[in-house]
Design a protein around this ligand. Structure first.
Ligand code: PEP
Length: 250
């Protein structure tokens, strides 16, 4: 059985006090055993979040990291720095990193390698823009992202990879891919993992959907056979809506 995962990407929201307030709300909730839940606060609050959640099933992820282990990279944070404060999971390839910080497939391949070298789990985001969707070449776009950033890894590294299909046109826009559109892409992604690696790797990798998931649409999206959970932006900033999404599996 594939792992069910719901991860909240808090982006550049919540200072320390707000982080703690949201964590306190989340810690009051019962996390269903069959769902792995992550929250990804800003760098400054990762250590606090890790300590605050120490005896709690919710795990902490980072939203990004640098590909180098150390050096003159002003403003950046390394994998070793993340693991030293307890963070073992990192989101890479988010469309906002690709669009606003010029992160391309080659750079993301380096980041994937570094994260794996540090035995971190990677939530790797892929997805097409609105124009690419309209042009009808969205399968090719996502395939290329995988080929150039992920498909060089060895079979043994796949247990450390989670994929997140996030159509860029659905992120923070209130527009959601229909459950059928999500399923069609997730099935495609699983089939290219199978043809590049093995059926068993494809069967085991969790593929999350991200893009305006809300309590109202989570059940139907998560009900698709190849959708194993969600990467949640806006709705993860409120404990109640995030938990309703987590409980959409139950
Ligand atoms: C995201 O940023 O990964 C995301 C899916 O955001 P939202 O849920 O707000 O669309």
């Amino acid at each position: 059985m594939r792992k069910k995962i719901v991860a909240g990407n808090w982006k550049m929201n919540n200072d320390l006090a707000e982080t703690e307030a949201l964590l306190q709300e989340l810690k009051k909730q019962v996390i269903p055993e069959q769902v792995s839940v992550f929250v990804a606060p800003a760098y400054t609050n990762l250590q606090h979040a890790f300590e605050s959640l120490r005896d709690h099933p919710i795990a902490v992820a980072a939203q990004n990291m640098h590909q180098s282990d150390h050096g003159a990279f002003t403003g950046e944070v390394s994998a070793a720095m993340l693991t030293s404060v307890g963070v073992k999971t990192v989101i890479l390839g988010h469309s906002e990193r690709r669009a606003y910080f010029a992160e391309d497939n080659a750079l993301l391949a380096e980041k994937v390698n570094t994260a794996l070298q540090h035995e971190m789990t990677v939530i790797f985001c892929i997805g097409e823009t609105l124009q690419e969707r309209k042009e009808g070449n969205y399968f090719e776009v996502v395939t290329k992202q995988l080929e150039e950033s992920v498909f060089h890894i060895s079979e043994k590294d796949w247990p450390h990879i989670v994929l997140a299909y996030e159509p860029v046109w659905a992120i923070g826009t209130g527009e959601t891919a229909s459950p059928q559109q999500a399923q069609e892409m997730h099935e495609k992604i699983r089939s290219i993992v199978a043809s590049t690696y093995t059926e068993s790797i494809a069967d085991s990798v969790s593929i999350l959907y991200g893009g305006s998931v809300k309590p109202e649409n989570a059940t139907e999206i998560f009900g698709q056979p190849d959708v194993d959970g969600g990467l949640i932006g806006g709705a993860s900033l409120n404990a109640q809506s995030f938990m309703e999404i987590v409980n959409a599996f139950v």
